[in-house]
Design a protein around this ligand. Structure first.
Ligand SMILES: NC(=O)c1ccc[n+]([C@@H]2O[C@H](COP(=O)([O-])OP(=O)(O)OC[C@H]3O[C@@H](n4cnc5c(N)ncnc54)[C@H](OP(=O)(O)O)[C@@H]3O)[C@@H](O)[C@H]2O)c1
Length: 504
């Protein structure tokens, strides 16, 4: 099987899941693995080695994986289960703690058994599906038993889940810890947003068409709005969210990655390093928000109790694991400037929140108004400046909003939409984000993974906000669950720009 870049899947490999009993492994990794098996996108000889502290046999582990695939329930679960069996995927389980050298000796034994079975070289893909506090320990443990070393024709890759650090300093420290044993080309940092088809389509839209790119700059674009709205609250993750908040959970990674892809210059190729070179330049060009500008350019919100789709839901402070006086933000709106030739003077408005009316992720490029409208106001029904909306989820697609004449004897104009929908335009199946991530990691295609310098630049952008939030600035504004955030967020756009947030 060949990737678009021409890479081929190795004939044999060990896939080592650190955190084999965890939520991510069960809900995402095992179903993704089975889908890859069904699509013949796995190494022909594969041993999955699960590692965690829970005591289990190899057979128990194999049963857990099969049950997780069945439970995932989307699409053809039994077909995918069968695919794992038909492809002869083997299962091993090593029980032990990641801070114990014996665990890594056990893993080394399992990897060498799998090599003996496969009769192939010792390719290994390690997946850190465990708590972030253990990322450094796992890299060190692998290094100590020689499992980080590549050889001629042998890969050893480390897939790192988010979060990559908790602030600029810890992200740098984690990078140093990983690089003690792994070289940068071996490290695959996940941002599953990049694996979404519609995020990748931004590249196709911009760089394989003639008509969009000339309009993709400060001459025509008035401002850009990027929205990542969630309808869910913190669910059972209150304790985790108290340490994270919207800034670390969404802005530092997903929102800044989407912004970088939207704002980047055309890359030399669609290869991993070309794309990542351009993204990191955008991140470097983001102007840090000064303390004196904070209240004008940042709105920090938290949901109170409210109603969503007719159901009463509690406020954030009433959620399990959340302090009754918590000042953690569940909503964040920011105005960012990109200091470069393409975007100087074009504000990028970013917003994300929990318990908003709908789950939606979209990018809207709002174009400048026409210099002069040769019509009396009575002839204009509803005309907003042209807007191009890239819908990442749900209802993936692109809409171009423009004005058209209303049929009839009088000359009147009204806004209309030109719509492209993925669901109806293509019959091909879009792989789930984790299927893509895992498939690319087996292939060694790093395009959709984040390079170390990108992570660092993203933390550089958000670190001043972390510091200010810890000092209580700006104060938290409250919004009832089921609304589009605090009124202060509307003021952010209206005051700075005289415009409004789009109603997605
Ligand atoms: N869950 C998601 O939807 C999701 C989404 C995006 C990113 N992530 C990221 O994915 C990672 C895993 O998240 P998760 O939700 O799956 O966490 P989780 O359910 O708490 O699972 C953690 C796993 O790590 C193992 N573990 C923890 N400490 C260990 C130790 N000292 N030694 C050996 N094993 C240890 C646990 O197994 P034992 O208790 O059996 O040892 C368990 O298998 C995190 O970095 C998270 O941020 C998760």
């Amino acid at each position: 099987m060949s990737a678009p870049g021409g890479e081929s899947v190795a004939l044999s490999a060990s896939f080592v899941v650190f955190g084999a009993t965890g939520d991510l492994a069960h809900r995402k990794l095992y179903p993704a693995l089975a889908s890859l098996a069904a699509e013949s996108q796995l190494p022909r000889r594969l041993t999955v080695i699960g590692v965690a502290r829970t005591v289990m046999t190899d057979e128990d582990f194999a049963t857990e994986v099969h049950n997780a695939v069945a439970k995932a329930g989307d699409g053809d679960a039994s077909g995918r289960q069968n695919a794992l069996e038909q492809r002869g995927v083997r299962f091993r389980y090593v029980n032990g703690s990641f801070d114990d050298d014996a665990t890594f000796r056990g893993i080394a034994d399992a990897v060498s058994d799998s090599e003996a079975d496969h009769g192939g070289p010792g390719n290994a893909l390690y997946y850190l599906a465990t708590i972030p506090q253990m990322f450094g320990a796992v890299a060190a443990g692998l290094g100590k038993v020689g499992l980080a070393e590549e050889g001629p024709g042998i890969f050893r890759r480390l897939v790192v889940e988010k979060p990559f650090g908790n602030d600029l300093e810890s992200a740098r420290a984690l990078d140093v810890a990983l690089h003690e044993h792994f070289r940068e080309h071996q490290v695959f940092r996940i941002d599953h947003y990049l694996a979404k088809e519609t995020v990748q389509n931004i590249l196709a839209l911009r760089f394989t068409n003639t008509i969009f790119e000339p309009l993709w700059n400060r001459r025509y674009v008035d401002h850009v709005q990027i929205t990542v709205a969630e309808q869910l609250g913190v669910e059972h993750r209150g304790t985790f969210y108290e340490r994270s908040g919207a800034l670390r959970d969404i802005v530092q990674n997903h929102l800044l990655q989407v912004l970088a892809i939207t704002a980047m210059e055309p890359p030399a190729s669609l290869g991993a390093n070309s794309i990542r070179d351009e993204k990191v330049k955008v991140l470097r060009s983001i102007r840090p928000i000064e303390r004196s500008d904070l209240r004008r350019r940042v709105v920090r919100g938290q949901y109170t109790g409210g109603r969503i789709e007719g159901v009463d839901v509690p406020g954030y402070r009433e959620e399990e694991g959340v302090a009754s006086d918590s000042a953690v933000e569940t909503y964040l709106a920011l105005e960012l400037d990109i200091d470069n030739w393409r975007w100087s003077g074009v504000p990028f408005y970013l917003r994300t929140g929990k318990r908003l009316p709908r789950r939606v992720t979209e990018i809207a490029l709002r174009y400048r108004p026409v210099p002069f409208l040769p019509l009396p106001p009575s002839a204009v029904e509803t005309v907003e400046p042209n807007t191009m909306v890239l819908r990442i989820q749900p209802d993936e697609g692109i809409t171009l909003e423009f004005a058209a004449k209303v049929p009839g004897a009088r000359f009147r104009v009204r806004e209309v939409d030109l719509d492209f929908r993925y669901g109806t335009a293509f019959e091909e199946r879009a792989p789930e984000a984790y299927e893509r991530v895992l498939g690319d990691a087996f292939l060694g295609d790093a395009t959709l993974f984040i390079r170390g310098d990108e992570v660092e630049e993203a933390w550089r952008v958000v670190q001043p906000l972390i510091d200010s939030f810890e000092a209580g600035e700006p104060p938290v504004a409250f919004y009832p669950a089921g609304t589009w955030g605090p009124p202060e967020a509307d003021a952010l756009l209206a005051e700075s720009y005289g415009d409004t947030w789009r109603a997605p």
